[in-house]
Design a protein around this ligand. Structure first.
Ligand SMILES: O=P(O)(O)OC[C@@H](O)[C@H]1O[C@@H](OP(=O)(O)O)[C@@H](O)[C@@H](O)[C@@H]1O
Ligand SMILES: [Mg+2]
Ligand SMILES: [Zn+2]
Length: 178
């Protein structure tokens, strides 16, 4: 079966900001994250992304800008010999009642259906409680990294069984070496 790993974006792959990541220039990879994705990819993992992007609904940036951020991510990973799989985002605001905004698991379901891989036990790596709750909702494995909002999230009441790592590089090392 396909080795599928799903990542949150802001605070896991790139630095996050309480002012949102509003441009390609503000989209700055966290140390080791690009290399981690490339190494996972070269080790046979399919790396997909599920990201809330309410900044679209709030009018802080547009879809073209979001796509440019993801093109940048793909280029950087490709330069390291890896590739990025499906990127799914929720462009909606918190009050729109959509099915895709985490902590709802809609984006995880889209990725599961795209790759025909059941979500049970699939690692979903995030920095926010909503990421972990989304994983739990579909019996995936919630994985918290301490980057982004992760240290603050760690102080909250985490879903039972949540795994905790310092950063995405540590997650990659665990998956590749075990
Ligand atoms: O971590 P992912 O899902 O990749 O993306 C999070 C971002 O969409 C933004 O989500 C916002 O939450 P609200 O959407 O305003 O509740 C805030 O937390 C921002 O700081 C953050 O940049
Ligand atoms: Mg995040
Ligand atoms: Zn949505």
């Amino acid at each position: 079966m396909l080795k599928l790993l799903i990542l949150d974006r802001d605070g896991v792959i790139n630095y996050d900001s309480d002012a949102y990541i509003k441009s390609v220039e503000e989209w700055i990879p966290l140390p080791g994250s690009i290399e981690a994705i490339a190494q996972l990819s070269k080790a046979g993992w399919t790396v997909a992304i599920a990201t809330n992007q309410s900044g679209i609904a709030r009018g802080y940036y547009d879809i073209a800008t979001l796509d440019a951020m993801h093109a940048r991510l793909r280029t950087l990973v490709a330069e390291q010999g890896g590739e990025v799989g499906l990127v799914v985002y929720c462009p909606h605001g918190p009050d729109e009642g959509c099915d895709c905004r985490k902590p709802k698991p809609g984006m995880l379901k889209i990725i599961s259906e795209h790759y025909k891989v059941p979500l049970a036990g699939i690692w979903f790596v995030g920095d926010s409680l909503g990421d972990l709750e989304a994983a739990k909702a579909v019996d995936s494995q919630p994985v918290l990294v301490k980057t982004g909002k992760g240290e603050k999230t760690q102080a909250k009441n985490l879903p039972v069984g949540t795994l905790i790592f310092d950063d995405l590089a540590a997650v990659a090392a665990e998956l590749i070496n075990n």
